[in-house]
Write a protein that binds this ligand. Structure first.
Ligand code: SAH
Ligand code: SF4
Length: 400
């Protein structure tokens, strides 16, 4: 064994160095991040690191609880594991989250985190406290490949998919900030501050299916963070081939960015409609509740002045979704600098909501949250970009 080769002292007397007893810390890049691994992946990684096969399942259970139930980040604190084993874990693994670059708190309590992930990219995570619940809006990609014309994220190129660890990490860092992990040994988590998750941040989650699925499985696991599948809502612009898979492999609630009642208008607003049009999308949605055993599908509908907000639109919408257990979420358009649309007038939004309500559907109007910190739907990342631009402008003015 090369590690036990006798070493030479300065005077040439051979000595035996038992370097194996001194755990060598691998450089960070070589350590495996536990966050975001599924149970099977963690098991395989532990075996690979030398955990005996027979113990692997039990070790997964123990580590899982430390990381996801208690929120522990330090292997040394995992007191039901032998000391040597903790040292081995520290040598081979890490428990790492994306770095929080900035945190803004809105007058209404909404918190927006700008987080940095590997490669120096940044994404945003938004926490929205409400009466009796708290919703975390999580990003799935840096930018987006789709180009919905009303969405600010859509004006940014896709940089890359987030890993499962980066998605789970967003949930964990919000719990850190909110002080939500239970004190070790108390057993009680108390009231849930992050009680719901919506995949409505940056990116199209169904174009990053495997990572989103694995991340949600980690978050849903009952021995860890333990958020049930009904507390998770995935929002998609309508990637039809992945919708059945979402039902079968995740089973969460589904929200659809519907936004228009004719293909002509939807082609312009949500260009992926040219690939899977309204009829194809609705056919996939009709099967979703049965496949996923979930309740209603949420139809998201952004209210754009004189584009999709007429009474005729409201009536067509109701007709189109007939037979699908649904809730319609009306989103007043959140403007961003240079946006080619305007928000519908409030009376128009109410009249539209009324037609839907009278047809028997819940039609809540989503109150824009965190507008003062640009944390509302479709605005993510824009504040950061503006900040960058202004810094650049300042530098230019100063002749730097
Ligand atoms: N890519 C996914 C999820 C992220 S967007 C999707 O499109 O569904 C979350 C929701 O915000 C979607 O319904 C999206 O259409 C909507 N949205 C995007 N930009 C918006 C804006 N400027 N104002 C209001 N809603 C917007
Ligand atoms: Fe992408 Fe969703 Fe924005 Fe469309 S609305 S560009 S799918 S993030």
């Amino acid at each position: 064994m090369t590690d036990q080769t006798p070493a030479q002292t300065a005077v040439g007397t051979p000595i035996t160095q038992d370097v194996l007893t001194i755990p060598r810390r691998l450089p960070d890049a070589a350590r495996v991040n536990i966050v975001g691994l599924t149970r099977d992946q963690l098991r395989a990684a532990l075996v690979e690191a030398g955990t005996p096969e027979k113990q692997a399942k039990m070790r997964v259970g123990q580590i899982w609880q430390w990381v996801y139930y208690w929120g522990v980040r330090d292997f040394a604190a995992m007191t039901n594991l032998a000391k040597d084993y903790r040292a081995l874990l520290a040598d081979r693994f890490e428990i790492a989250l994306p770095e929080v670059v900035s945190r803004q708190v809105s007058a209404d309590g909404t918190r927006k985190y700008l987080v940095r992930i590997a490669g120096g990219h940044e994404v945003e995570v938004v926490y929205i406290p409400e009466e009796g619940r708290g919703t975390l809006c999580v990003s799935s990609q840096v930018g987006c490949t789709l180009t919905c014309s009303f969405c600010h994220t859509g004006t940014q190129k896709l940089v890359r998919n987030l890993t499962a660890g980066e998605i789970v990490g967003q949930v964990m860092l919000a719990r850190d900030d909110l002080g939500e992990w239970p004190a070790v040994g108390t057993g009680s988590t108390g009231d849930r501050l992050v009680s719901n998750i919506v995949l409505m941040g940056m990116g199209e989650p169904l174009y990053n299916f495997e990572n989103v699925r694995d991340a949600m499985r980690v978050v849903m696991d009952g021995e860890g963070i333990g958020l049930g599948r009904r507390r998770i809502t995935l929002s998609t612009s309508g990637i039809v081939p992945e919708i059945a898979r979402t039902a079968e492999e995740i089973g969460c609630q589904l929200a659809i960015s519907f936004h228009a009642t004719t293909d002509e208008v939807r082609d312009r607003l949500v260009p992926v409609n040219r690939k899977w049009n309204i009829e194809t999308l609705l056919a996939a949605l009709r099967d979703y509740p049965k496949l996923s055993n979930s309740e209603r599908i949420t139809f998201e509908y952004v209210m754009l002045k004189d584009v999709n907000d007429s009474d005729a639109d409201a009536r067509r919408l109701v007709k189109l979704i007939q037979g699908i257990p649904a809730k319609i979420n009306l989103i007043p358009f959140n403007e961003w600098p240079g946006a080619p649309y305007q928000r519908s007038d409030w009376e128009r939004i109410e009249a539209f909501a009324d037609i839907i309500y009278k047809a028997g559907y819940a039609s809540p109007i989503r109150t824009p949250r965190g507008e003062d910190i640009m944390a509302a739907c479709g605005q993510l990342k824009s504040a950061t970009e503006r900040a960058r631009k202004s810094r650049a402008a300042i530098a230019a003015e100063a002749g730097l």
